[in-house]
Design a protein around this ligand. Structure first.
Ligand code: ADP
Ligand code: MG
Length: 357
């Protein structure tokens, strides 16, 4: 978990040093003051990517040739050094040693909830699956082998289907199912653990009609195929259909986390604020699993907390902050923790973004 962040020529920041709390960090300031940029910089430390811009070059301050982000994790004693120039790809160094984006995720894991992805319920299955898989990458050293193994075999099977060449397809049915089942077991375990953390969070939240309502949501893991049938049998059965579609129609690559109310897709029913707080609760649950079961500190980043949240859902968020032990970093236009509301959160830090520039 990052405790110190230094930005150079990063968007609107020329040089800024930010000392983060291991607990709750709150950034506030008017539009354009740089809140999203700071959260974006922290997210880049975990992924090498921006959650806002697909072209990372656009993050270099106008009239400058490069940006750099230096971070320090005081728990691990690790340093991180990221440099992006206009002409070369991003350079990543962990403890002064050249490193990769996947190492970033392992060493500085973070999840971001922002305006484009505030709703899990409304996102694509792909998005929900990725959030789950990211936690597995972080916590299970063998997971990347399982994951890549499966997707490599799937690609081979799909390429045979595309060519209409299926004399050898049974080999790929076997490989896809073998590796797919392993992948599925990993996902189910992490999902089940997260679900029980979610229930534990619900039991600690102060009772309110909103909490009751959110607690009615059923979250289910879908493996990507009907589990009545063995994956291998299913792939064999689907061969003709898949040949016609030129792709593997069912399997772990279609896995999803279903969010339901009375059997119906929750996105049809929940308000945007309810969807957002539910996403926050789910991310917290995953981070709780990482911390409790694997001793990994993961950070939750939430940009623009108040957008979409009404008073009832914001109350749930404020209540949640009382008992989270992970690092949370969030932003808002208004200072919600002024004289009136003086939170007694453990390790609470408030930053006026305009003063950081
Ligand atoms: N590459 C850049 N160089 C200089 N300024 C930038 C760059 N990219 C964005 N900005 C500016 O940075 C400011 C802060 O943006 P942002 O972090 O989105 O603010 P907030 O989230 O507080 O509304 C904006 O005024 C924006 O125009
Ligand atoms: Mg913003």
């Amino acid at each position: 978990m990052i405790s110190e962040l230094k930005l150079n020529n990063f968007r609107c920041f020329e040089t800024s040093i930010i000392n983060l709390s291991p607990g709750i960090n709150f950034f506030y300031g008017p539009n354009g003051s740089g809140k999203t940029s700071i959260l974006e910089a922290i997210y880049i430390c975990s992924s090498g990517k921006s959650f806002k811009s697909s072209n990372i070059k656009s993050l270099i301050s106008f009239d400058q040739d490069f940006f750099s982000i230096n971070a320090y994790d005081s728990n691990k004693g690790y340093t991180l050094n990221l440099v992006k120039s206009r002409t070369s790809p991003i350079s990543i160094k962990i403890n002064n040693t050249k490193s990769t984006t996947s190492a970033l995720l392992k060493e500085f894991p973070a999840t971001a909830i922002h305006n484009n992805t505030f709703s899990f319920a409304n996102a694509s299955p792909d998005f929900r699956r990725k959030i789950l898989d990211r936690s597995l990458f972080v916590s299970n050293p063998n997971f990347s082998e399982t994951w890549f193994g499966f997707y490599r075999s799937l690609k081979q099977r799909n390429s045979s289907l595309k060519k209409g060449f299926i004399d050898n397809i049974d080999v790929w049915n076997q490989k896809v199912s073998e590796e797919g089942v392993a992948l599925d077991i990993n996902r189910i375990t992490f999902f089940e653990d997260s679900l029980s953390e979610l229930n534990s969070i619900f039991s600690r939240l102060k009772p309110s009609p909103m909490v009751d309502k959110l607690n009615k949501v059923k979250i289910e893991f879908f493996s990507g195929w009907d589990k009545e049938t063995q994956l291998y049998e299913l792939l064999a059965q689907n061969q003709k259909k898949d040949l016609f579609s030129k792709t593997t129609t069912q399997g772990p690559h279609k896995a999803d986390i279903k969010i339901l109310i009375k059997g119906m897709d929750a996105k049809q029913i929940l308000s945007r604020g309810e969807q957002k707080i539910l996403s926050i609760l789910w991310c917290c649950s995953q981070n709780e699993v990482l911390r409790k079961k694997y001793n990994i500190d993961a950070t939750l980043i939430i940009d623009d907390i108040k957008s979409e949240l009404d008073n009832a859902t914001f109350e749930v968020f404020l209540n949640l902050l009382n008992f989270l032990d992970n690092q949370v970093i969030f932003s808002c236009i208004d200072d919600h923790f002024s004289s009136k509301i003086n939170p007694n959160y453990k390790d609470f830090k408030k930053f006026h973004v305009e003063q950081l520039r």
